[in-house]
Every structure is written in structure tokens, then in C-alpha cells.
Design a protein around this ligand. Structure first.
Ligand code: GDP
Ligand code: GDP
Length: 435
């Protein structure tokens, strides 16, 4: 499970600035999918190959009625679920009552907290940070979020406290394809999980209390191993007698991160709503393989079915690589076919790609449609090799590669996808300049 780090602090201390700086590398990618709304408050970030989830909990002004209402709802939940809190204060503004209130809340909840004194630029360092020791959090980490000063060393220190993220290939193989069943509340996730497990010849191995978050269910179907990452927590619900689980974005994001294939469940009777698109954005950003399940297809009027299909075309055009299934988890209609798409997506996402083959496809793509000329020099793309799996990363070497325009990247992506017959997985193109 990747670490979850929450940014906490009153408004204007620099949380979004820090958030944007830390998640920056992914921004360009997401911006490419026009029309995709995305929850700015959750993001993936990476430092020296170590991934983590960053959550901006929003501002707390101090004018609210008490800390509880101030940190209500998702913000409070996000803090609860975070492994570590970065508590930001503003060096220019000095220590405020709101800072003290937040500090108290964090102390009471015994959260592992790093006190970050931001906006340390242009002020006397030692004088500016000394009042914040009064908060009783301990060490004060001075930063300038706008320029990145102090940020890397802070994040290194924070991430060093987490165990190494190792890919245990052997272990993974034993448990087969890991699929996360995600979606907003009430779309039918638990019903679907039950259905998937209720299929013929499914053997479920109980694994009590594997993680604090989602429930991991190992099973075999037709003698093939699978793991469902169940964000709805049906097994836990049954055991602990919790009626409804709180919808947790953090839990959902962690499940997406840890999966090979994400099954995104939507409710066809309600249509595609904003929150579905948020989740879709997160799946795409994660690079995981994707299968879309339009649930509750039973009992819909033909006219409504047609409407949903038009909506899918219109709003999900950018995920045209993913299979879409119209199912009824309640009656089981279409559920078995999900496995076909899951297998296909997994195979595409993890296929071994040879340098030879990739380079041939690159040459073909370039011969068909040359990259543009920049300042009189044509961009040269020479060879390609695989840079990773799930998602497949294709690394292209050449010169002036930083000048390759987005439309040409999309063209390459499309050409590789077609030539490699990749289904159900995003493809990432990366460039290395050999100038
Ligand atoms: P948030 O409300 O906590 O998310 O704060 P923002 O990230 O929106 O920042 C509020 C303002 O402070 C913006 O105008 C930022 O440009 C500015 N700011 C953020 N970090 C720094 C910093 O390190 N130094 C200076 N001088 N300004 C900063
Ligand atoms: P979750 O919150 O996403 O886990 O959703 P549940 O599995 O608890 O389902 C929410 C409600 O939708 C329940 O009342 C289910 O019986 C109902 N439901 C689930 N799948 C279907 C379906 O395929 N068709 C219909 N008509 N109802 C469904």
C-alpha cells in the first residue's frame, strides 16, 4: 500500500502551491484529456521512484464553529486515513489562533505530523520559524513552496520512514490478476463482488484483516488465481455488521494504485455523473488497466439505454481503449463476460515488448507522418524500448524530443496501440534526448 500524506493548514498558507509542485509531473498528462473533470484535491506524486498519495484537505479559516465542524466531512476523514500529515503554517503571517486549533486537533488524534513553516523566502529564517515551536509539534521544516526550497529534503525525510516499495513478482503471480472494484456509493459494487465470487467453480480463500482499508479476497476461477480488491468491504461488513461503509476516496485511490485492472462500476439508471468522471480521471492518471461496467442495466427503458450509450460516447471518448459492459449485478447478466475483458486488459498491460518490435513500429509511424521541424531542425526519433509495465511505457530516443507537440504524442500513442493490439490499458510515451 502506498503511503497517504495529507496537507493540512488554514487557507492561504500555500497548500495548493505545494500540492501542485509535488504532483506536477502528472498534470500535463491529465490536461490532455479535454473535458475530463478531476478532483484537484487528490494526486499521485513520486520522489526518487517512491510513490505516494497526496491529499489537500482544504483550508480551515478558524472562523468556523469549533474544529470539528471546520474539519468536517471528507477533510476530517482524509486526515484520519492519512499516514502522515504535513501541517503548513505561514512564516509571513506568524503564529495564529487557527494554527493552534489545528495543532491541538492533530495532537489529540495522535497523528504523525511534520510542521512545515512555509513562505520562508524574504524573511529572517530563525526569527520567522521560532514562534512555531510553541505548537508543540516538534521540529519545524522551513520551505518556500513557490520555489521548491526545502521541499525535497522534507519529502525525503517523510518518505524514508516508510518501508521500501518492492514489487514482489513471485508473490503477485501466486495471487493472479489483482482487480479493484471501484465506484461511488450505491452503484452496486458489493452486489457485483458477490456475483463475481458466486460464479461457478470459484474457491474463495479467506484472508482476515489483511489491510486496514480495502478487503483483499483471493480466489480461484477455472483453476486460475485472482484477487479482488473490494473497496465496498462486503466481507468486512458481514463480519463486523457494519451497515454501510463510509465512501472513502483515499481507500479507493489506494485500491486503484495496488490493482492491475480496475473495474469502474457506474449506475446506468442514474447516468454518468460528475463523481464517476472524477474516479475515471484518477484511474487514467494511475495508468492502470480499465474495464467499465454500466450496472443496473436491468429494467431500463430502451430510450434510457440509448441515452446512456450516447452519454458514454460523448463523455468517455478519451477512454475509448477500455471495454464497456452493460450488466446487471443483481441478476448476474453479463457479469461473466467481465472476466474476458479483465484478462485481455491485463495481458495488454503486462505484455513483454521487444526493442526491435517497438523500433520497427516507431520507424513505420515516422515514415507515415514525420514529426515537425523546430527552428529549421526536424525532430528526430531514432529508436524505442519498453520502460515499464502496467501501464506499458514506451521510451523513445531521439533529439529535440522535448519539443514533440502533444498531437504528435497522441498520434504515436495511437499507432503503437494499434500495432501492438493493446486493449484496455493506457499507454505512456516517454522521451529521452540523445543530443
Ligand atoms: P492554500 O490556500 O493553503 O492552498 O494556499 P495557496 O497555495 O493558494 O497559496 C496562497 C498564496 O501564497 C498564493 O498567492 C501563493 O503564490 C503564495 N505562496 C505559496 N507558497 C509561497 C511561498 O513559499 N512563498 C511566498 N512568498 N508565497 C507563497
Ligand atoms: P455499493 O454501495 O456500490 O456496494 O452498492 P450495493 O451493491 O450495496 O448496491 C446498492 C443498491 O443497488 C442495492 O439496493 C442493490 O440491490 C442495488 N443493485 C445493485 N446492483 C443492481 C442491479 O444490477 N440492478 C438493480 N436494479 N439494482 C441493483
Amino acid at each position: 500500500m502506498i503511503p497517504v500524506i495529507a496537507l493540512v493548514g488554514r487557507p492561504n498558507v500555500g497548500k495548493s502551491t505545494l500540492f501542485n509542485r509535488l504532483t506536477k509531473s502528472r498534470d500535463a498528462l491529465v490536461a490532455d484529456y479535454a473535458g475530463l473533470t478531476r478532483d484537484r484535491k487528490y494526486g499521485e506524486a513520486e520522489l526518487a521512484g517512491r510513490k505516494y498519495l497526496l491529499v489537500d484537505t482544504g483550508g480551515i479559516s478558524g472562523d468556523e464553529e469549533g474544529i470539528d465542524s471546520a474539519m468536517a466531512g471528507q477533510s476530517l476523514l482524509a486526515i484520519e486515513e492519512a499516514d502522515v500529515v504535513l501541517f503548513l503554517v505561514d512564516c509571513r503571517a506568524g503564529l495564529t489562533a487557527a494554527d493552534e486549533m489545528i495543532a491541538k486537533h492533530l495532537r489529540v488524534n495522535n497523528k504523525r505530523t511534520y510542521l512545515v513553516a512555509n513562505k520562508v523566502d524574504g524573511v529572517n529564517h530563525d526569527v520567522a520559524i521560532s514562534p512555531f515551536y510553541e505548537l508543540g509539534i516538534g521540529e519545524v521544516y522551513p520551505t518556500t513552496a513557490t520555489h521548491g526550497r526545502g521541499v525535497k529534503s522534507l519529502m525525503t525525510e517523510v518518505l524514508d520512514t516508510f518501508p521500501e516499495q518492492e514489487e514482489n513478482a513471485e508473490d503477485d503471480e501466486a495471487k493472479g490478476i489483482k482487480m479493484a472494484i471501484v465506484g461511488r456509493p450505491n452503484v452496486g459494487k458489493s452486489t457485483l463482488v458477490n456475483r463475481l465470487l458466486g460464479e461457478d467453480r470459484v474457491v474463495v480463500y479467506d484472508q482476515p484483516g489483511t489491510t486496514r482499508d480495502s478487503v483483499y479476497i483471493n480466489y480461484e476461477r477455472n483453476e486460475k488465481p485472482y484477487t479482488i480488491i473490494d473497496t465496498a468491504g462486503i466481507r468486512r461488513r458481514k463480519n463486523v455488521k457494519l451497515s454501510v461503509e463510509k465512501f472513502s476516496i483515499v481507500k479507493t485511490l489506494q485500491a486503484i494504485q495496488d490493482a492491475n485492472v480496475v473495474v469502474l462500476v457506474m449506475d446506468a439508471s442514474e447516468g454518468i455523473v460528475e463523481q464517476d468522471l472524477h474516479l475515471m480521471g484518477q484511474v487514467i492518471e494511475s495508468g492502470r488497466a480499465l474495464v467499465v461496467a454500466l450496472n443496473k442495466w436491468d429494467g431500463l427503458e430502451d430510450e434510457h439505454k440509448q441515452y446512456i450509450k450516447t452519454e458514454l460516447d460523448r463523455r468517455l471518448r478519451f477512454v475509448d481503449f477500455a471495454d464497456c459492459h452493460f450488466i446487471s449485478a443483481l441478476h448476474g447478466t453479463g457479469v461473466g463476460h467481465l472476466y474476458e475483458s479483465i484478462e485481455k486488459a491485463y495481458n495488454s498491460a503486462t505484455e513483454k515488448l521487444s526493442t526491435n518490435h517497438l523500433t520497427r513500429i516507431l520507424e513505420y509511424a515516422v515514415s507515415l507522418h514525420q514529426p515537425p521541424t523546430i527552428n529549421g531542425h526536424r525532430i528526430k526519433l531514432r529508436y524505442a524500448h519498453a520502460g515499464g509495465k502496467n501501464p506499458p511505457i514506451i521510451v523513445i530516443h531521439g533529439n529535440q524530443t522535448d519539443k514533440v507537440p502533444p498531437h504528435y504524442v497522441r498520434y504515436l500513442e495511437k499507432t503503437f496501440r494499434k500495432a501492438l493490439e493493446l486493449h484496455g490499458t493506457p499507454v505512456r510515451i516517454e522521451f529521452k534526448s540523445t543530443d
